[in-house]
Design a protein around this ligand. Structure first.
Ligand code: HAM
Length: 423
């Protein structure tokens, strides 16, 4: 036998029945995001490398260690997108979407690629559903986005997640905080991990995000950004909390929530599970008011988030509440000849929008009924000798055994019956 080929490490297949949970989550997101005025946007999975370097930041883990970057045949450096926001901003500027009335709201779904060490809930190809709102700096939009997330998560049965919010300030107030934090860190710098000692120079705020227990311990008394916010950032953050309170959206303040991408300004948030294990962030996002300008566009404040699909699917599937319904009909032909009539019926019913299956092979009525049951069918239709002679089909509702007959060409009533409408 030939050697079996396998998907690369960190890349996985999504196969039924799990696909149904994926589709269910995506359908609900589309529906709910639409209620909030978000339109779908589709951007390429490959961008010029600079799109990510300029936005996520040269000294971040993603850009330094995790990008799938390659030269195309003409020697241009391209990168498989590690996240969606940078691409959406590039698209927003390139297509002049800022000329539309604000806020312009977009959502996207699709695969992202990061060369991370694969583990539970962490992959090299993973899917995100993301949403971005442009053109409004009012905290109302931040609150609206968090409200939309709240609606969406409770719609799919995930009420108990933890929402943490913070503000990481702006160009005016963050430098002061950075200085105070550096002064604090310097006194015990030797006690921090190697990564943190490196971060001290280039991005000291990231020290607060380190998962190494000794670093968490050492930085536990560090100054917090919320004590250093300027009046504008402070007022924005206060107003956001008021809006959330007014909509009865639960959240916790986490002044250590700094995020690992450089483009954030002001509001940041994360929605996490209390599940054990470190991959517990299911949603993450925040404001990035300067990124559109950074990409050569006009001044256009923006805020958004991305949901990690694999992590969400795992939570929903653990709860065992989303199940794909079976076919409306499982058609049983008791003789190969009757299949000529059977496929005509199937064609009509499928064309009218119904999911219908038919038993194959020469198995007995008993074993075909078992198959219908296993498939979770609502009805079986049986075509045997008696039925063909009498020009009718026998139906049986599997949940209660109710039986009856319909003329062989009464497709309309067959369709009604399968759809559980009165006939
Ligand atoms: P992020 O925190 O890098 O933010 O990713 C968002 C979410 O994607 C994470 O919370 C997690 O659920 C999921 N995720 C990230 N990496 C992996 C991985 N290797 N395997 C599985 N899931 C993963 C962003 O991507 C920003 N673009 C979010 C954003 C949008 N901010 C503003 N707008």
């Amino acid at each position: 036998m030939k050697e079996r080929l396998r998907a690369p490490k960190g890349f996985q297949d999504v196969i039924p029945p799990k696909t149904f949970i994926w589709q269910h989550i995506e359908d609900r997101a589309r529906k709910i995001f639409k209620n909030y005025g978000f339109h779908e946007i589709r951007v390429p999975v490959v961008e010029h490398t600079d799109v990510f370097v300029r936005s996520i930041g040269e000294n971040t883990d993603i850009v330094e260690k995790e990008m799938y970057t390659f030269n195309d045949r003409a020697g241009r450096s391209l990168t498989l997108r590690p996240e969606g926001t940078a691409s959406v901003v590039r698209c927003y500027v390139q297509n002049g979407l800022y000329t539309m009335p604000a806020p312009q709201r977009y959502f996207y779904t699709g695969p992202m690629f990061r060369y991370e060490r694969p583990q539970k809930g962490r992959f090299r190809q993973f899917y995100q559903i993301g949403a971005e709102a442009f053109g409004v700096d009012a905290p109302y939009i931040d609150a609206e986005i968090l409200c939309m997330l709240n609606d969406f998560l409770s719609d799919i049965g995930l009420d108990g997640l933890n929402c943490e919010i913070n503000s990481i300030g702006c160009n005016k107030c963050r430098p002061g905080y950075r200085q105070a934090l550096k002064a604090y860190l310097l006194s015990g710098l030797d006690g921090y991990c190697e990564d943190c000692r490196r971060r001290y120079d280039i991005n000291p705020l990231r020290v607060l995000d380190c998962k190494v227990p000794s670093c968490i311990e050492a930085s536990s008394d560090a100054p917090v950004i919320t004590d250093y916010l300027c009046d504008d950032c402070s007022a924005h953050f206060r107003k956001l909390r008021k809006y959330l309170d007014s909509m009865e959206i639960k959240y916790e303040l986490n002044p250590r929530l700094v995020r690992g991408l450089d483009y954030y300004t002001g509001t940041t948030f994360e929605i996490t599970t209390v599940h054990p294990g470190s991959q517990n962030a299911v949603v993450a996002g925040g404001r990035y008011d300067k990124l559109v300008e950074e990409f050569g566009g006009p001044s256009a404040p923006a805020v958004g988030f991305a949901i990690g699909m694999e992590r969400l699917v795992e939570l929903v599937s653990d709860m065992d509440i989303v199940k794909e319904p079976g076919p409306g009909l499982f058609l049983i032909c008791l003789n190969e000849e009757y299949r000529l009539t059977g496929i005509r019926i199937l064609r009509k019913l499928r064309f009218s929008g119904l999911w219908c299956e038919m038993g194959f092979g020469a198995s007995s009525l008993r074993s075909q009924l078992k198959k219908a049951d296993r498939a979770g069918a609502r009805y079986v239709f049986i075509i045997g000798e008696d039925e063909i002679k009498a020009g009718r089909i026998k139906y049986r509702r599997l949940s209660n055994g109710e039986e009856g007959y319909l003329p062989l060409d009464d497709y309309e009533n067959m369709a009604r019956l399968i759809s559980d409408e009165r006939i």
